[in-house]
Ligand binder design. Structure first.
Ligand SMILES: *[C@@H]1O[C@H](CO)[C@@H](O)[C@H](O)[C@H]1NC(C)=O
Ligand SMILES: *[C@@H]1O[C@H](CO)[C@@H](O)[C@H](O)[C@H]1NC(C)=O
Ligand SMILES: *[C@@H]1O[C@H](CO)[C@@H](O)[C@H](O)[C@H]1NC(C)=O
Ligand SMILES: *[C@@H]1O[C@H](CO)[C@@H](O)[C@H](O)[C@H]1NC(C)=O
Ligand SMILES: *[C@@H]1O[C@H](CO)[C@@H](O)[C@H](O)[C@H]1NC(C)=O
Ligand SMILES: *[C@@H]1O[C@H](CO)[C@@H](O)[C@H](O)[C@H]1NC(C)=O
Ligand SMILES: *[C@@H]1O[C@H](CO)[C@@H](O)[C@H](O)[C@H]1NC(C)=O
Ligand SMILES: *[C@@H]1O[C@H](CO)[C@@H](O)[C@H](O)[C@H]1NC(C)=O
Ligand SMILES: *[C@@H]1O[C@H](CO)[C@@H](O)[C@H](O)[C@H]1NC(C)=O
Ligand SMILES: *[C@@H]1O[C@H](CO)[C@@H](O)[C@H](O)[C@H]1NC(C)=O
Ligand SMILES: *[C@@H]1O[C@H](CO)[C@@H](O)[C@H](O)[C@H]1NC(C)=O
Ligand SMILES: *[C@@H]1O[C@H](CO)[C@@H](O)[C@H](O)[C@H]1NC(C)=O
Length: 804
């Protein structure tokens, strides 16, 4: 499986020396044509978690550059001063059945007229003119290696083979590239940097042979703008000439040119001198190390992370795996038989997570992957490319634990720590409560206030609850008690203390509201007002209760692990509150009831699966936990799907994972096929937000990884469950290494003819191992002995599991 260039004997002897690389159809994305600048979705993404490039690979190269703290401006305090007084008024209106009036009052008095937090923005482009013409390149190929996180371009122009190689280094903190030619002195580069918004300066300098291009930019406000500097240093081989010409850097007569790039901003450093010192430090350190060493360290780092999980879903028929990726995508519109393409999309998703979300290694704040990961070419991205926390950013992190890249989730907790004090201010000023609360978006400043002025999404004080679930669930994978004590428990206790205050009594239970079921709409009944209006804001949506139940359970679980006694006031309060949460209700069709009464639904195929949260990602609707609730969840799931749910890539991949959680592997695979049919553009593996005009949205790429993983291994319901939803007809035989189960068990699985052949479960922390295989009907052997119940494991020991 090792990446290699195959040299044809003939080509070696002939001039020009020309080698067409060969690719692994499960690992390399590749095309025989350049990306279509500026069509962003056709570019290749690389990144080191903080700095990223989108590579187009044309005759003239364009590298779209992002740094994850370049956003559109400073913090905005968007808490509406009138919210606190308005909340009880709105509750009264809603309880009286004045639903439209309540929503109107809430959206007039509880939200800011500054509707949007800050949006993700963009550094600019590095453009390189080689003097080559598009039509005259032959033997063109470009590729992305999803194991190494590297990309390359190669072609022949006037008899000379030109190669470009791109590395994003987490250890060195830089982007690096090598440009070369097979004939000496044939490489000429005219390089510029461009940006879209406030460019403060662009300078080219060949002084002291440092050969740099430097761009300084600003988010543009007169007070407290975000400021940044980015610099590329070019290192040609001897014999090349370098000069600055205006704002361009001109390199002629080179054979090899290396590039090292970094950008830093005012988000992490107090002065321009400080961030530029840090930027130059990294660039000069990479220069001193040299390209080859930077490259090998970067690849070692990335493959150590991505190489943990090697997925094999079998071999594609008809030689499809050897075709360029665009031809495979065209075939996949109609069939999901190119199983290696599914493996490739799985690997691509994990590459995206490694490239867009890495923990800080120097004590500064890391930022998580946003709606476009870390790649956007615009200052006004779709939905501001923010952290939308009513599904999207959470979905980004679904693969982190299960596919054994759990450290990629740490930036999410850095952002949460930035947001907690903002959320404390929102809790106090909007609701008069202690603790912290976030609504359905935050930005890089942690702005937690209600966002937009949109009936079906704005008034939802539960983003903090969903993220608090990530905190306890992160611990379940790692069993890291330091994280539990320092990060998860404090956050859970902030969030639960907010809901203890915020919830109010109605019909004998503690309920929520004004709130909603993201982002669905109901029809106001005839005896309430305004009759027949489409509304969303109400009391006690089902999802609120599901989220509260999980996080109160999570707080108690954390307290018990940390040895915090029941007498502790926070623990005692949570224990008292948990049983008072309104239980889930079942409607006339046998479905989970999305709202407090059975309203008519104008959009029964709504793409958000909010009331099914407790099936995936939560656990209360698991068939292994409560079959009554599971049956009702299935009714609602099937109803959503038969009415056309899955209208965006992220929704479609959520359906894959939902069916996997329902142990319906064939249905999960059908949804996977539908993702291929509808969502990737013809020329990339990027997920898109809709079929009506492509725009990239990264969540669906991560949802795809999660959906495939949930077919093979689940661990949310108290057991390590091997092959819970294997689509046996579509992928009868295969294997996967080193998935991670809650409890910190690493799991290798091999299956054949649709059933488990053998699994290896390595206990990384000791602890009890409960097992289940497939549908649970066959006998299970552990190290040859019949499994009868949870085993107490020894740390570091591997257990061999078979079923007969
Ligand atoms: C960004 O990408 C979009 C979508 O492909 C494209 O329409 C737009 O022109 C690009 N903008 C820039 C500045 O490259
Ligand atoms: C609900 O609306 C009706 C009709 O406008 C009004 O009489 C009543 O006072 C309202 N109730 C509340 C709590 O606002
Ligand atoms: C939100 O929109 C509604 C309807 O357009 C408007 O009445 C209300 O004032 C808006 N809220 C704010 C805070 O601007
Ligand atoms: C928002 O409301 C404030 C206070 O009423 C006002 O000064 C400001 O101009 C409004 N901003 C917008 C964008 O409407
Ligand atoms: C050009 O660089 C690539 C990537 O480092 C390398 O594989 C190739 O051998 C180099 N070619 C020449 C002619 O130096
Ligand atoms: C470099 O490219 C710029 C356009 O970006 C052009 O104006 C300039 O003439 C070129 N310089 C050389 C030496 O080719
Ligand atoms: C170009 O470089 C070659 C060595 O690679 C050297 O022999 C030649 O003199 C150089 N030409 C110029 C114009 O600098
Ligand atoms: C130029 O490069 C040298 C060697 O890497 C380095 O010591 C020096 O600081 C660099 N100058 C600047 C301005 O970065
Ligand atoms: C896929 O199906 C469509 C519609 O049935 C057909 O037009 C198209 O040629 C098929 N494509 C492939 C690659 O089989
Ligand atoms: C960035 O935003 C622009 C403008 O909204 C959009 O066209 C483009 O597709 C976005 N790029 C990504 C990577 O989402
Ligand atoms: C609601 O929660 C509070 C705080 O735990 C509790 O005192 C109260 O009894 C609960 N209300 C109901 C109706 O269960
Ligand atoms: C399942 O949930 C229902 C509805 O909340 C509840 O009545 C029942 O006791 C639960 N069953 C089990 C086994 O927990």
């Amino acid at each position: 499986m090792k990446f290699q260039f195959l040299f044809l004997a003939l080509a070696l002897a002939a001039t020009p020396t020309h080698a067409f690389p060969t690719f692994d159809g499960s690992r390399h994305v590749w095309f025989a044509f350049p990306g279509f600048f500026p069509t962003f979705e056709s570019s290749f993404p690389v990144g080191n978690g903080r700095v990223a490039a989108s590579i187009y690979g044309g005759a003239s190269e364009v590298l779209g550059i992002n740094e994850n703290s370049i956003w559109t401006g400073p913090f905005q305090d968007r808490i509406a001063a009138t919210a606190l007084a308005a909340e009880p008024v709105v509750r009264k209106m809603l309880l009286a059945g004045n639903l439209s009036e309540g929503r109107e009052y809430a959206y007039e008095h509880m939200i800011s007229n500054v509707t949007s937090p800050r949006a993700f923005s963009y550094f600019g482009n590095i453009e390189i003119n080689f003097g080559h013409a598009e039509g005259e390149m032959t033997d063109y190929v470009r590729w992305l290696d999803t194991r190494e996180g590297t990309a390359g371009v190669q072609y022949v122009f006037e008899g000379v083979t030109y190669t470009r190689e791109y590395i994003a280094s987490y250890p060195s903190g830089v982007l690096a590239a090598r440009f070369n030619a097979t004939a000496g002195g044939q490489l000429n580069m005219n390089i510029s940097m461009t940006g879209l918004i406030e460019i403060l300066s662009v300078t080219a300098s060949a002084a002291q042979d440092n050969n740099t291009l430097t761009l300084r930019g600003s988010s543009g406000q007169s007070v407290d703008p975000i400021l940044w500097t980015g610099q590329a240093r070019f290192v040609p081989d001897e014999g090349a000439a370098v000069s600055a010409s205006g704002t361009n850097l001109i390199i002629t007569n080179a054979s090899t040119v290396d590039m090292f790039f970094d950008a830093e901003t005012s988000y992490r450093y107090a002065s321009e001198a400080a961030w530029e010192t840090e930027m130059r430090r990294k660039i000069n350190a990479a220069f001193a190390l040299g390209y080859d060493a930077v490259k090998s360290a970067a690849i070692a780092d990335t493959t150590a992370l991505l190489g943990r999980v090697i997925l094999d879903l079998g071999t594609s028929p008809n030689g499809w795996a050897a075709l360029p990726t665009d031809e495979r995508l065209a075939i996949a519109r109609n069939t999901s038989e190119d199983v290696q393409l599914s493996t490739l999309v799985f690997n691509f998703g994990r590459h995206l997570l490694a490239a867009s979300s890495r923990p800080s290694n120097d004590g500064t704040v890391a930022l998580p992957a946003n709606l476009q990961g870390i790649w956007n070419n615009s200052t006004s991205a779709p939905f501001g490319s923010k952290y939308t926390i009513n599904i999207n950013i959470e979905m980004n992190y679904w693969p982190a634990g299960p596919t054994n890249m759990v450290e990629t989730e740490l930036p999410l907790f850095d952002l949460i720590n930035v947001a907690i004090p903002r959320g404390q201010s929102a809790a106090e000023r909007m609701y008069g409560c202690p603790g912290t609360v976030f609504h359905h978006n935050v930005d890089l400043w942690g702005d937690p206030a209600p966002t937009d002025n949109f009936t079906a999404s704005t008034m939802w004080p539960f983003g903090s609850a969903w993220l608090a679930w990530h905190a306890i669930d992160h611990y379940r994978f790692t069993q890291d008690k330091t994280f539990l004590r320092d990060v998860a428990y404090p956050f859970l206790s902030e969030v639960t203390s907010f809901y203890e205050c915020y919830a109010f009594e109605n019909d004998g239970h503690n309920v929520t509201g004004p709130s909603l079921s993201p982002e669905n709409t109901f029809t106001v009944p005839l005896n309430e007002s305004v009759p027949k209006a489409g509304e969303s804001v109400d009391i006690a949506p089902a999802m609120d209760g599901q989220l509260m139940t999980e996080i109160f359970q999570g707080l108690l679980e954390a307290a018990s692990v940390l040895g915090i006694p029941d007498s502790d006031p926070a623990v005692a309060a949570a224990r008292a509150f948990l049983p008072t949460i309104k239980p889930q209700q079942i409607g006339s069709l046998g479905q989970i009831l999305e709202w407090r009464v059975e309203y008519a639904e104008p959009i029964p195929g709504q793409k958000h699966l909010s009331p099914l949260w407790a099936l995936m990602p939560g656990r209360a609707f698991s068939p292994l936990i409560n079959s009554t609730l599971f049956d009702a969840a299935q009714v609602l799931l099937d109803r959503r799907v038969s009415n056309g749910s899955g209208g965006t890539g992220w929704s479609r991949t959520w359906l894959i994972a939902q069916y996997a959680r329902a142990f319906r592997g064939a249905d999960a695979w059908t949804q996977l096929g539908q993702w291929f049919a509808l969502f990737p553009p013809p020329y990339s593996l990027y997920n898109t937000g809709g079929t009506d005009g492509f725009f990239f949205q990264i969540d669906g790429n991560f949802g795809f990884v999660s959906g495939v993983t949930e077919m093979l291994l689940q661990s949310h319901a108290g057991v390590v469950h091997l092959l819970p939803a294997l689509p046996a007809d579509a992928v009868p035989t295969g294997s996967v290494t080193a998935l991670l189960a809650r409890g910190n068990f690493e799991v290798d699985i091999e299956w054949e003819d649709g059933a488990l052949l053998s699994a290896k479960v390595t206990s990384r922390g000791g602890g009890n191992l409960a097992l289940r295989v497939g549908d649970g009907t066959r006998e299970v052997l552990v190290d040859g002995v019949a499994y009868t119940g949870p085993l107490s494991t020894t740390k570091g020991t591997t257990y061999v599991v078979k079923s007969v």
